[in-house]
Design a binder for this molecule. Structure first.
Ligand code: DAH
Length: 338
């Protein structure tokens, strides 16, 4: 305990010092440190307290009271400064983290779907809108799915017309890259009870040399409907509806008699062009009873139609391309136009 006589002036000095230093503190953290210095155990104020013992009792009470008042005054000064500093800090943080959502940036060059994907998506949308589901099948098929079950036995001349790319696996000409999407008809009927309303878009392959109208790897879309009382009228109405949705309402459709082993009767369907001529789009027909039987479906009870056409050719027609090979040349100057 010190015997230095107590000087009431010193309290005033402590308070002024606290005010000056609080005003000088530049952030909340340094203000916190200052608070420790001014009011903590080692503070001057606390040191003065120790002198209280050396005072007369009545003086001790008065001085003690002054000390407490000084302490409260310092606390008030600090609290006020803290409120100021934290408000400024919050404001500058907000400013620093501000996001200007109205700022205009240089245009970001985005890619987009390939023309074939766009066409396939639009076709899917049109058919899904008509109540069809989208089915898929493998790109490597067996002779059963690609031919046999579709009523094309191995002696059938139609096999030759498919220019099939065979895979060297198992027996000769047993495994192949599918030459059309029609095998998905079989896979669907094997796995699903009628009624069936599906489309099956996908890649198909033939040993064609690429030219302006052919690609060895191309895309088809298959359609299959199996239900009760389905007629050729349903087939022709469905084709007409999808063509109008895809190409526009001014476009007309027609069916021409044709032959496919998996349909009876079979037809080819054409669309009208602005100059009045007709363009062949794909094949279709009423599902052959043998095909239904091959999938365990009773042709007396269920009937249906099927159709198939090339997606790439459709894109060629819709976008009036000169050469189908543009679709796979991957030239961004071409692809960027769509
Ligand atoms: N699969 C045939 C082809 O690639 C197209 C086709 C014709 C599909 C008639 C069908 C159909 O579903 O009924 O040449």
């Amino acid at each position: 305990m010190t015997n230095t006589p107590f000087d009431p002036e010193s309290l005033q000095a402590i308070l002024s010092d606290a005010q000056a230093r609080a005003a000088a503190a530049s952030d909340v953290a340094s203000l916190g440190a200052l608070k420790g210095e001014l009011l903590g155990k080692k503070s001057t104020l606390n040191g003065l307290k120790k002198q209280l013992g050396g005072l007369e009792p009545d003086q001790r009470k008065a001085v003690g009271q002054q000390m407490n008042e000084t302490k409260s005054a310092i606390e008030a000064v600090l609290a006020e400064r803290e409120a100021e500093l934290s408000a400024t800090e919050r404001a500058s943080q907000l400013e620093a983290e501000r996001l200007d959502l109205t700022e205009l940036r240089d245009e970001i060059k985005r890619g987009h779907y390939h023309l074939i994907t766009q066409s396939r998506d639009r076709l899917e949308d049109v058919f899904v809108g008509m109540g069809f589901q989208v089915a898929e099948g493998p790109e490597v098929e067996t002779a059963w799915y690609n031919f046999e079950a579709l009523n094309i036995p191995d002696w059938h001349p139609a096999r030759g017309s498919f220019d099939t790319i065979f895979v060297n696996l198992g027996e000769e000409e047993e495994v192949m890259l599918r030459s059309h999407t029609s095998p998905v008809q079989i896979r669907t009927m094997e796995n699903q009870e009628p009624p069936i309303y599906i489309i099956a878009p996908g890649r198909t392959f033939r040993s064609d040399v690429a030219d302006a109208t052919h690609l060895p790897a191309f895309n088809q879309i298959e359609g299959l409907v199996i239900d009760k009382g389905i007629t050729m009228g349903d087939l022709s109405g469905t084709i007409d509806a999808f063509v109008k949705a895809f190409f526009g309402h001014e476009v007309k459709t027609r069916l021409r008699p044709s032959y496919f082993p998996f349909t009876e009767p079979s037809a080819e369907f054409d669309i009208s062009r602005a100059d009045g001529s007709w363009l062949e789009l794909g094949g279709c027909g009423m599902v052959h009873p043998n095909v239904l039987r091959n999938c365990g479906i009773d042709p007396e009870e269920w009937q249906g139609f099927a159709f198939g056409f090339g997606i790439d050719r459709l894109a060629v027609m819709r976008y009036e391309l000169d050469d189908i090979r543009e679709l796979v040349n991957n030239d961004v100057r071409f692809l960027g136009q769509f």
